[in-house]
Design a protein around this ligand. Sequence first.
Ligand code: ADP
Length: 266
Amino acid sequence: MIDIEQYRISQAPYYRAQGEEIALYEAAYAARLPVMLKGPTGCGKSRFVEYMAWKLGKPLITVACNEDMTASDLVGRYLLDKDGTRWQDGPLTLAARIGAICYLDEVVEARKDTTVVIHPLTDYRRTLPLDKKGELIEAHADFQLVISFNPGYQTLMKDLKQSTKQRFAALEFDYADAETEQAIVTKETGIDSDTAAKLVQIAHRARKLKGHGLEEGISTRLLVYAGQLIGQNIAPRAACRMALSRPITDDADIRDTLEHAIDSYF
Ligand code: ADP
């Protein structure tokens, strides 16, 4: 027996809405539409799904996808133990059985044959064939599939097929506006709002370098890290180096540019 309760989110996650996304998601869930969350890393997509799962009172099963992930990792496999073979459901199968929201984070990382297994779950069939087991699962009425996708990393090699994309309704995310992001950093870290405002301004400067030497700007997640270090009494300059400039670039020139910006605020 599976303990569904472990997948329930008991405490309301802090989520600051950026627009209409809560109402839009609720409508999509009511219609059981599969949803794609698009946007750069660290801008609040995972937090949003956690918040929505809590708000809707549904269990949430999250899978971080990677390039080695096979269809069996999602669907399940036979295991050998001392009593012989035993089938073990993968996270997608489990979510379909128990009626959870299944969140496939960075799905584009997974191999293309992996993404195909989600297809029958995303249309009117709402089924999942377990080929190896010879079982066809009909998804629980509460089941919903959510994927995240960062268009910034999109290359010819790494893109979702149109046949996959066109199975999802999409919500586009981005870093929150300055005032909202400052409120998020203050709330998540407990630092004062003046310091949070400076961190956000540094991020804005860095985000302008995207495509000019930086692959991605400084994310909200990194601002929260910087705030947490400052909250541990680390001097802001050192905290910003550790959390903001050093993680995102290995290029000495870009790093100096970022750290010059940091020093102009702290
Ligand atoms: P993503 O899934 O887009 O990579 P996350 O949801 O993990 O990003 O967000 C990273 C962190 O940024 C969260 O842990 C949270 O601290 C903060 N965050 C970002 N956006 C929000 C938001 N709208 N409300 C509350 N916290 C947020």
